[in-house]
Design a protein around this ligand. Structure first.
Ligand code: ZN
Length: 153
């Protein structure tokens, strides 16, 4: 019936890292590819260019990304701490701990645009499920299932 590529479910982690739409895992949810284009890095289209899913699912939808961003930042800190510990080490007799603190602060600063984008992508994936029938057109309403009140609004 449809092309084979429509039936291949893209990998979740890969689509999250690539900032893809949660519904089809194919369309970009950011207008500009470069996360370090700081003026435009968080600009999003109204709808997914591939499946038509509304990108801002409801007003203020992305306020909750702060929780995801915090968790990602802590994960980056823990990863850099472990890497520093394994490759450089810590000691009470020198300043290596403070060098790590400075390095970690710089790392978080440099990674911030990436973390903000990934936070939005992950946040969207919390609320919008992968839809195997995404190619049949945009979802009704916001894409969240609420059949009871669908006609009331
Ligand atoms: Zn999509």
């Amino acid at each position: 019936m449809c092309a084979d590529k429509n039936h291949v479910k893209p990998n979740l982690i890969k689509s999250l890292l690539g900032n893809k739409c949660a519904r089809c895992r194919r369309g970009n949810i950011f207008l500009y590819k470069n996360p370090y284009d700081l003026k435009n890095c968080l600009k999003m289209p109204d709808n997914c260019p591939v499946c038509g899913q509304q990108v801002e699912v409801e007003v203020g939808f992305y306020y909750g990304t702060g929780y995801v961003s915090y968790a990602l930042s802590v994960a980056v800190c823990v990863a850099s701490l472990i890497a520093w510990w394994l490759f450089i080490g810590f000691s009470i007799y020198d300043n290596r701990l403070f060098w790590w603190l400075g390095f970690n602060a710089l790392l978080l600063l440099v990674m911030q645009p990436l973390l903000m984008r990934w936070s939005r992508t992950i946040w969207m994936a919390f609320f919008v499920r992968y839809d195997a029938d995404w190619f049949q057109g945009p979802p009704q309403g916001t894409g969240r299932v609420n059949a009871t009140f669908k006609n009331a609004i």
